[in-house]
Design a protein around this ligand. Structure first.
Ligand code: SF4
Ligand code: SF4
Length: 434
């Protein structure tokens, strides 16, 4: 694609980067077929190619984002399906990240939207406040649910009926390897996941330690910055990223780390991109690249280890469980991990089935299901319909956002991969399967 940036514009390293991405696009349109919003809406401006043109125009002209451009960029899920499809290697993720930042700085959103975005970006990365907000939402839900709609309804619907108690494993500490120590890793305990499903980190720690891996929850590491980064709030994201880098660097310089493990794939995709995001910051670039180099999804890491013995999880005449594996976009498109989760589940005795139209997002996408509830609901219902054709006993996935989104549309239990793997190797049966 031909571009028309001035030399002065190209002096900005972010514009220079955007230009090199834009130049790779040959407008072939292959990406449109696999873009969930284009599939739903059929509007070129809600396709990757259409958005690329909108971003190009906005950046070349050096103008503030308009309401129209913002609408189409906001509808993008950042699912990165377009990157998997694109034959020209267009890095849509870096382009849309830059565009979202531009929108955040140049476009004044309507008051309610600004308040809601600020509220979400404050609450969700802070487990204490997020838990409090969910408890209030859960208490008021029966009273207000018939009087609210749209984004407020989507927000209130987020609150589960019974919130699990906070887990002690999410505090900074070290978990010793069982038997001979074969490795040492840091686990990102995360933010929203620790509130919504603390059992995931508990299972991950049991699973890693029984594989002979020492696990550290590093001091000072909170949210990885992913949530606010996708809202275009770069300054806030950088603060959270730098706190995480500081915490993990202390461990690296202390007893050392073989890997930094994530079990929420959205976080993993962001941490793997820290090196890029902080590349122009001389004080942080090297450390950020080091952290990105060590980041691994838990399934990626487990697949490299010697498997531990299975325990007969059925202990009776129940047939092997049929598992529909839902690949989160951040794992299949963001991190290009497609094989390991399914191989691990198969190796653990489950019968694993691929979901038809598996490349399409379930509609979770960070805060997307709150900010774009109608589109998110359509995508969820389509995903659930596809899953139900497999008649599975269990839906397995690797991202808390997908777990909440899919489980809100089906009675089939949705379980994190690590909880199934832990169960198969002697851990407790996941509560939703009881
Ligand atoms: S597939 Fe790639 S090159 Fe083709 S239009 Fe989409 S982004 Fe551009
Ligand atoms: S990231 Fe997803 S929603 Fe956004 S343009 Fe690409 S395929 Fe479409």
């Amino acid at each position: 694609m031909q571009t028309n940036f001035s030399l002065a514009q190209l002096a900005d390293p972010n514009i220079e980067e955007a230009e090199s991405i834009l130049r790779k696009c040959v407008h072939c349109g292959f990406c449109t077929a696999t873009c969930p919003t284009y599939v739903l809406l059929g509007d070129e401006l809600d396709s990757p190619r259409g958005r690329i043109y909108l971003i190009k125009g906005m950046l070349e002209e050096g103008v503030a984002a308009t309401a129209e451009v913002t609408k189409h960029l906001d509808r993008c899920l950042s699912c990165l399906s377009c990157m998997t499809t694109c034959p020209s290697g267009v890095n849509y993720m870096h382009l849309v990240d830059h565009a979202r930042n531009h929108v955040e700085h140049s476009y004044k959103r309507p008051l309610f939207e600004r308040l809601l975005r600020n509220l979400l970006s404050y609450l969700i990365p802070r487990p204490f406040w997020f838990r409090g907000a969910l408890n209030i939402a859960s208490l008021t839900k029966p009273l207000v649910k018939n009087f609210v709609s749209g984004r407020v309804k989507a927000l209130i619907d987020l609150a589960p009926k019974d919130l699990p108690a906070a887990s002690v494993v999410d505090q900074p500490q070290t978990f010793k390897a069982v038997g001979e120590r074969k490795g040492r890793v840091a686990l990102l305990s995360g933010c929203a996941q620790t509130v919504l499903a603390p059992s995931i980190n508990e299972a991950a720690i049991r699973l890693l330690t029984k594989h002979g891996i020492e696990v550290v929850i590093a001091k000072g590491v909170g949210c990885c910055g992913s949530l606010v980064h996708h809202m275009g709030k770069e300054a806030m994201a950088e603060q959270q990223m730098k706190a995480a880098i500081r915490g993990w660097m202390t461990e690296i310089e202390g007893e050392g780390l073989d890997a930094i493990i994530t079990n929420a794939s959205g976080c993993g995709t962001t941490i793997k991109d820290y090196g890029f995001m902080l590349r122009n910051d001389p004080d942080w670039a090297e450390r950020a690249a080091k952290i990105s180099g060590l980041a691994k999804d838990i399934t990626e890491y487990l697949a490299e280890l010697e498997p531990v013995a299975l325990v007969d999880k059925e202990k009776g005449d129940e047939a092997a469980k049929i598992v529909a594996y839902h690949a989160p976009c951040s794992i299949q498109h963001g991190q290009k991990i497609t094989r390991q989760p399914k191989e691990l589940l198969t190796g653990a005795g489950f019968v694993v089935r691929d979901v038809p139209e598996g490349h399409l997002c379930c509609g979770s996408a960070g805060t997307y299901n709150i900010m774009q509830p109608e589109l998110a609901e359509k995508l969820r219902d389509r995903k659930v319909k596809n899953i139900e054709t497999l008649t599975p006993d269990i839906i397995a996935t690797g991202n808390i956002g997908c777990q909440c989104q899919i489980s809100s549309g089906t009675d089939i239990p949705v379980v994190h991969n690590v909880e199934l793997l832990d169960w198969a190797t002697g851990g407790p049966k996941p509560e939703v399967l009881e």
